[in-house]
Design a protein around this ligand. Sequence first.
Ligand code: FE
Ligand code: CA
Length: 510
Amino acid sequence: MPILLPRRGLLRTGLAMPGLALLGNLRVQAAEGNPFLLGVASGEPTASSVVLWTRLATQWRNGGGMPPEPVPVDWIVARDEGLRDIVRQGRAMAVPEDAHSVHAEVDGLEPDRPYWYRFTALGAATDIARTRTAPRPGMMSSRLRFAVASCQQYEHGYFGAYRHMLAEEPDLVVFLGDYIYEMSWGRNLVRSHEGPSARDLTGYRDRYALYKTDPDLQAMHRACPWLVTWDDHEVSNDYANDRGERERGEPFMARRAAAYKAFWEHMPLPPSARPDGPSARIYRRTAFGDLAGFHILDDRQYRDYQPCQAPNYGGGGRVTRENCAELDDPSRSMLGEAQEAWLKQGLSAERARWTILAQQTRMARLGSLQKPHTYWTDGWDGYSAARQRLLEQLAESRTPNPLVIGGDIHAHLVAELRPDFDRVERAPIAVEFTGTSITSQGGRLAGHYPDDPHVAYADGSSRGYIMMTLTPETATADLRAIADPRDRDTGISTPRRYVVEAGRSVLQRA
Ligand code: FE
Ligand code: CA
């Protein structure tokens, strides 16, 4: 019998729920309120598997409000929206050590098709959500549409961008960092973090939980799988390796461990991605048949410090080539030695039509308009030799059709990439689409940069995302700009559309 679920909120059914019998009434009463306040998510789709996520919490504050006991959570996966044709089901234990989060790895699925799923626990059920598997290796599918999103400062706006993304029905969302902001900043805030900067495990958990109460964010997670990576604000502004802006060594590493743990607890990542103290490997690869290979990078955990830092300050800054020799030091790395080697191997082996480098920040060189040009050291401009190595590697290995996607800068930026940006006579070897923020303010970029002519478009005036459409012949990037992040029902426009033809890393405006 089909079960009609309320759009949002609590379902209390008279159905036999095996988990309930184990618990008794006291436990259930202690967890009064909807334990699925934070919604659900799916991620890491392969041709046969997907990860389903939820976290039991009856409130976003105080670590979630659950009693400190393990709670069984049941999940089902079906071929149909009404959950009649069930193909997989299972039970996971939500344990207090992991903030009652659930990371269910579901395998044995068929490639390239949608599935619907639901969690139940404590007499409550989640909304039915949709996910999908990737095409199988060897199969060239006719189309993949994925959204590129980053930087969703909760206080700066509502997540109206996701309403429009939802309406576009992408196959996948690729999230490139700043899912939360550990700190409050900005002007004309529409809502509040209602707490100090996150520094410890409870602080980070509460911050993720607060963000995840947003209905538009929840709806986007219910609609399709996400591939996620992090940037700095999942820990602290501009951190590099074991150094924050004002902390370093042990105190910073304890903070990083708490932040990484909370990230994993709130993302649709597998149990194997669980951090080990302050270490967590999140760089990885995944493929959508023969159409697209994703190389998902981590440019925070292993990087060298930003060059030419001020004394007693650990973040980025603006420097010139003249006053900062360290800027071009070839021994410095953005990804770290092990990840660079892993990437080099992966790029050499890549056979998919499109190679997606899913990373955090702007890759194209971009100096200031005034001379001598200043360069921002927290992005790839602060790691120019590492950037050159990566771009030369792409050229040498003849990696098919590299597309670099990025976030962080709160601006749309479209560029052609060359190992040496001054040798404009050389054909570009990759194309970059860095997407603007969902809500985060900033992005002073605008207009034309005569000494950086590889940058085709730069605009930090609006919030939004990029919708990428890949076919075997073309990659199309629609740069979406919402009208007003202060309005959940904001309008949207498409200031630019670019097309790249397979075989030529050249931008064409369409
Ligand atoms: Fe950001
Ligand atoms: Ca960032």
